[in-house]
Design a protein around this ligand. Structure first.
Ligand code: T5A
Length: 210
Protein backbone atom coordinates (compact mmCIF):
# COMPACT_ATOMS: atom_id res chain seq x y z
CA UNK A 1 0.00 0.00 0.00
CA UNK A 2 1.25 3.53 -0.81
CA UNK A 3 1.87 5.92 2.06
CA UNK A 4 -1.25 7.62 3.41
CA UNK A 5 -1.64 11.10 4.80
CA UNK A 6 -3.53 11.36 8.11
CA UNK A 7 -4.25 14.68 9.82
CA UNK A 8 -5.66 15.44 13.26
CA UNK A 9 -7.53 18.67 13.89
CA UNK A 10 -9.61 20.52 16.45
CA UNK A 11 -9.86 23.64 18.57
CA UNK A 12 -7.51 24.51 21.45
CA UNK A 13 -6.84 21.86 24.10
CA UNK A 14 -8.96 19.26 22.35
CA UNK A 15 -6.34 16.57 22.95
CA UNK A 16 -4.46 16.32 19.64
CA UNK A 17 -1.02 15.99 21.21
CA UNK A 18 -2.29 13.43 23.72
CA UNK A 19 -3.92 11.31 21.01
CA UNK A 20 -1.07 11.53 18.51
CA UNK A 21 0.91 9.18 20.75
CA UNK A 22 -2.01 6.76 20.61
CA UNK A 23 -2.13 6.95 16.78
CA UNK A 24 1.64 6.43 16.60
CA UNK A 25 1.22 3.26 18.68
CA UNK A 26 -1.59 2.11 16.34
CA UNK A 27 0.62 2.67 13.25
CA UNK A 28 3.50 0.80 14.91
CA UNK A 29 1.22 -2.09 15.84
CA UNK A 30 0.32 -2.45 12.11
CA UNK A 31 4.02 -2.20 11.17
CA UNK A 32 3.31 0.87 9.04
CA UNK A 33 6.37 3.05 8.45
CA UNK A 34 5.44 6.66 9.23
CA UNK A 35 6.61 10.21 9.87
CA UNK A 36 4.92 12.18 12.63
CA UNK A 37 4.96 15.94 12.22
CA UNK A 38 2.99 19.12 12.89
CA UNK A 39 1.83 22.49 11.58
CA UNK A 40 2.65 25.22 11.82
CA UNK A 41 6.15 23.77 11.86
CA UNK A 42 7.77 20.50 10.86
CA UNK A 43 11.13 21.79 9.49
CA UNK A 44 13.65 24.18 11.12
CA UNK A 45 12.46 27.11 8.97
CA UNK A 46 8.77 26.26 9.42
CA UNK A 47 9.33 25.96 13.19
CA UNK A 48 10.73 29.51 13.13
CA UNK A 49 7.60 30.63 11.30
CA UNK A 50 5.56 28.83 14.01
CA UNK A 51 7.41 30.84 16.63
CA UNK A 52 6.58 34.08 14.76
CA UNK A 53 2.91 33.08 14.57
CA UNK A 54 2.40 31.90 18.16
CA UNK A 55 4.41 34.49 20.11
CA UNK A 56 2.13 37.11 21.68
CA UNK A 57 3.18 40.58 20.49
CA UNK A 58 2.01 44.18 20.82
CA UNK A 59 2.00 44.71 17.06
CA UNK A 60 -1.29 43.55 15.58
CA UNK A 61 -0.65 40.77 13.07
CA UNK A 62 -2.65 41.44 9.92
CA UNK A 63 -4.96 38.66 8.79
CA UNK A 64 -3.20 38.47 5.42
CA UNK A 65 0.23 38.23 7.05
CA UNK A 66 -1.02 35.42 9.29
CA UNK A 67 -2.52 33.55 6.35
CA UNK A 68 0.60 33.90 4.19
CA UNK A 69 2.90 32.81 7.03
CA UNK A 70 0.76 29.67 7.50
CA UNK A 71 1.14 28.80 3.84
CA UNK A 72 4.84 29.77 3.75
CA UNK A 73 5.53 27.27 6.52
CA UNK A 74 3.33 24.70 4.79
CA UNK A 75 5.21 25.05 1.48
CA UNK A 76 8.50 24.38 3.26
CA UNK A 77 7.02 21.49 5.24
CA UNK A 78 5.53 19.89 2.11
CA UNK A 79 8.76 20.11 0.11
CA UNK A 80 11.06 18.84 2.85
CA UNK A 81 8.97 16.41 4.90
CA UNK A 82 5.48 15.50 3.71
CA UNK A 83 5.98 14.94 -0.03
CA UNK A 84 9.29 13.03 0.27
CA UNK A 85 7.72 10.75 2.89
CA UNK A 86 4.60 10.01 0.83
CA UNK A 87 6.64 9.55 -2.36
CA UNK A 88 8.83 6.98 -0.61
CA UNK A 89 5.76 5.03 0.54
CA UNK A 90 5.74 6.17 4.16
CA UNK A 91 2.64 7.31 6.02
CA UNK A 92 2.45 10.85 7.34
CA UNK A 93 0.70 11.74 10.58
CA UNK A 94 0.30 15.51 10.88
CA UNK A 95 -0.95 17.53 13.86
CA UNK A 96 -3.03 20.15 11.96
CA UNK A 97 -2.89 20.98 8.25
CA UNK A 98 -4.90 23.12 5.80
CA UNK A 99 -8.26 22.44 7.47
CA UNK A 100 -6.84 24.53 10.34
CA UNK A 101 -6.33 27.40 7.90
CA UNK A 102 -9.93 27.17 6.72
CA UNK A 103 -11.15 26.88 10.33
CA UNK A 104 -8.96 29.58 11.97
CA UNK A 105 -8.20 32.07 9.19
CA UNK A 106 -11.38 31.38 7.19
CA UNK A 107 -14.15 30.82 9.72
CA UNK A 108 -12.34 32.36 12.71
CA UNK A 109 -10.84 35.52 11.15
CA UNK A 110 -13.42 35.78 8.37
CA UNK A 111 -10.95 35.58 5.49
CA UNK A 112 -12.28 34.69 2.05
CA UNK A 113 -12.35 30.91 1.63
CA UNK A 114 -11.91 31.22 -2.14
CA UNK A 115 -8.63 33.02 -1.48
CA UNK A 116 -7.53 30.26 0.90
CA UNK A 117 -8.44 27.71 -1.79
CA UNK A 118 -6.19 29.56 -4.28
CA UNK A 119 -3.25 29.42 -1.88
CA UNK A 120 -4.03 25.75 -1.16
CA UNK A 121 -3.85 25.03 -4.89
CA UNK A 122 -0.62 27.00 -5.29
CA UNK A 123 1.15 25.29 -2.40
CA UNK A 124 -0.31 21.77 -2.45
CA UNK A 125 -1.60 21.24 -5.99
CA UNK A 126 -3.82 18.15 -5.65
CA UNK A 127 -2.43 16.87 -2.36
CA UNK A 128 -5.12 16.44 0.31
CA UNK A 129 -5.15 14.25 3.44
CA UNK A 130 -6.59 10.75 3.01
CA UNK A 131 -8.10 10.79 6.50
CA UNK A 132 -8.77 13.68 8.88
CA UNK A 133 -9.75 13.09 12.49
CA UNK A 134 -11.56 16.15 13.84
CA UNK A 135 -11.60 16.12 17.63
CA UNK A 136 -14.64 18.10 18.74
CA UNK A 137 -15.21 19.59 22.17
CA UNK A 138 -17.17 22.51 23.66
CA UNK A 139 -14.85 25.50 23.42
CA UNK A 140 -14.82 26.31 27.14
CA UNK A 141 -13.72 22.76 28.09
CA UNK A 142 -10.88 22.87 25.56
CA UNK A 143 -9.68 26.30 26.68
CA UNK A 144 -9.73 25.17 30.30
CA UNK A 145 -7.67 22.10 29.48
CA UNK A 146 -5.22 24.18 27.42
CA UNK A 147 -4.83 26.80 30.15
CA UNK A 148 -3.98 24.13 32.73
CA UNK A 149 -1.18 22.88 30.49
CA UNK A 150 0.72 26.06 29.48
CA UNK A 151 0.61 29.86 29.29
CA UNK A 152 -1.65 31.04 26.44
CA UNK A 153 -0.03 31.62 23.04
CA UNK A 154 -1.16 34.35 20.61
CA UNK A 155 -4.14 32.31 19.39
CA UNK A 156 -5.19 31.12 22.84
CA UNK A 157 -5.61 34.79 23.84
CA UNK A 158 -8.52 35.15 21.41
CA UNK A 159 -12.10 35.54 22.66
CA UNK A 160 -14.43 32.55 23.11
CA UNK A 161 -16.53 33.70 20.10
CA UNK A 162 -13.50 33.29 17.85
CA UNK A 163 -13.11 29.64 18.91
CA UNK A 164 -16.86 29.06 18.52
CA UNK A 165 -16.53 30.12 14.88
CA UNK A 166 -13.48 27.88 14.49
CA UNK A 167 -15.35 24.93 15.99
CA UNK A 168 -18.34 25.45 13.68
CA UNK A 169 -15.89 25.78 10.81
CA UNK A 170 -14.43 22.36 11.53
CA UNK A 171 -17.92 20.85 11.75
CA UNK A 172 -18.82 22.43 8.38
CA UNK A 173 -15.65 21.02 6.82
CA UNK A 174 -16.61 17.57 8.15
CA UNK A 175 -20.08 17.89 6.62
CA UNK A 176 -18.62 19.00 3.27
CA UNK A 177 -16.06 16.16 3.15
CA UNK A 178 -17.65 13.14 4.84
CA UNK A 179 -15.51 10.67 2.84
CA UNK A 180 -12.34 12.13 4.39
CA UNK A 181 -13.34 13.48 7.81
CA UNK A 182 -14.38 11.68 10.98
CA UNK A 183 -15.62 13.76 13.92
CA UNK A 184 -14.67 12.35 17.32
CA UNK A 185 -16.37 13.48 20.54
CA UNK A 186 -13.29 14.59 22.50
CA UNK A 187 -15.24 15.56 25.62
CA UNK A 188 -15.42 11.87 26.57
CA UNK A 189 -12.95 10.21 28.94
CA UNK A 190 -9.64 9.59 27.17
CA UNK A 191 -10.14 5.82 26.80
CA UNK A 192 -13.45 6.41 25.00
CA UNK A 193 -11.89 9.01 22.72
CA UNK A 194 -9.15 6.53 21.87
CA UNK A 195 -11.65 3.73 21.26
CA UNK A 196 -13.38 5.97 18.69
CA UNK A 197 -10.06 6.94 17.10
CA UNK A 198 -9.06 3.27 16.80
CA UNK A 199 -12.42 2.49 15.16
CA UNK A 200 -11.93 5.29 12.62
CA UNK A 201 -8.38 4.11 11.86
CA UNK A 202 -9.45 0.46 11.52
CA UNK A 203 -12.31 1.42 9.18
CA UNK A 204 -9.94 3.52 7.09
CA UNK A 205 -7.36 0.74 6.82
CA UNK A 206 -10.04 -1.82 5.91
CA UNK A 207 -11.31 0.51 3.14
CA UNK A 208 -7.82 1.08 1.79
CA UNK A 209 -7.05 -2.65 1.74
CA UNK A 210 -10.30 -3.71 0.08
N1 T5A B 1 -3.25 27.48 13.38
C1 T5A B 1 -2.60 26.36 12.94
C2 T5A B 1 -3.92 28.33 12.51
O1 T5A B 1 -4.50 29.35 12.92
N2 T5A B 1 -3.91 28.03 11.17
C3 T5A B 1 -3.25 26.94 10.66
O2 T5A B 1 -3.25 26.74 9.43
C4 T5A B 1 -2.57 26.08 11.59
C5 T5A B 1 -1.84 24.88 11.07
C6 T5A B 1 -1.02 26.29 17.12
C7 T5A B 1 -2.04 27.30 16.72
O3 T5A B 1 -1.94 27.55 15.32
C8 T5A B 1 -3.23 27.79 14.81
C9 T5A B 1 -4.14 26.96 15.65
C10 T5A B 1 -3.48 26.92 16.99
O4 T5A B 1 -4.03 27.94 17.79
P1 T5A B 1 -1.22 23.86 18.03
O5 T5A B 1 -0.06 24.05 18.90
O6 T5A B 1 -1.32 22.61 17.28
O7 T5A B 1 -1.38 25.00 16.89
O8 T5A B 1 -2.59 24.12 18.77
P2 T5A B 1 -3.13 23.84 20.16
O9 T5A B 1 -4.58 23.55 20.04
O10 T5A B 1 -2.73 24.98 21.03
O11 T5A B 1 -2.47 22.48 20.54
P3 T5A B 1 -2.27 22.02 21.93
O12 T5A B 1 -1.06 21.15 21.89
O13 T5A B 1 -2.23 23.19 22.84
O14 T5A B 1 -3.62 21.25 22.28
P4 T5A B 1 -3.98 19.77 22.05
O15 T5A B 1 -2.83 19.08 21.45
O16 T5A B 1 -5.25 19.68 21.32
O17 T5A B 1 -4.28 19.26 23.51
P5 T5A B 1 -3.40 18.34 24.47
O18 T5A B 1 -3.28 16.96 23.95
O19 T5A B 1 -2.15 19.06 24.82
O20 T5A B 1 -4.40 18.27 25.71
C11 T5A B 1 -4.62 19.38 26.54
C12 T5A B 1 -4.82 18.91 27.99
O21 T5A B 1 -6.02 18.16 28.07
C13 T5A B 1 -5.80 16.87 28.63
C14 T5A B 1 -4.31 16.59 28.38
O22 T5A B 1 -3.79 15.69 29.33
C15 T5A B 1 -3.69 17.99 28.48
O23 T5A B 1 -3.44 18.30 29.81
N3 T5A B 1 -6.69 15.92 27.93
C16 T5A B 1 -7.79 15.38 28.49
N4 T5A B 1 -8.34 15.52 29.72
C17 T5A B 1 -9.50 14.83 29.95
N5 T5A B 1 -10.12 14.04 29.03
C18 T5A B 1 -9.61 13.86 27.81
N6 T5A B 1 -10.24 13.09 26.90
C19 T5A B 1 -8.38 14.56 27.48
N7 T5A B 1 -7.62 14.65 26.36
C20 T5A B 1 -6.59 15.48 26.65
Amino acid sequence: MHGKFITIEGTEGVGKTTNIEFIQAWLNSRKLDFVSTREPGGTPLAEQIRELLLTPRKEKVSNSAELLLMFAGRAQHLDHVILPAIQSGRWVLCDRFTDATYAYQGYGRGMDKALIAQLEQLVQADLRPNLTLILDIPVEIGLKRASQRSTPDRFEREQTEFFERVRQGYLSIATESPERCVVIDASQPLEDVQRDIAEALNDFLAREQS
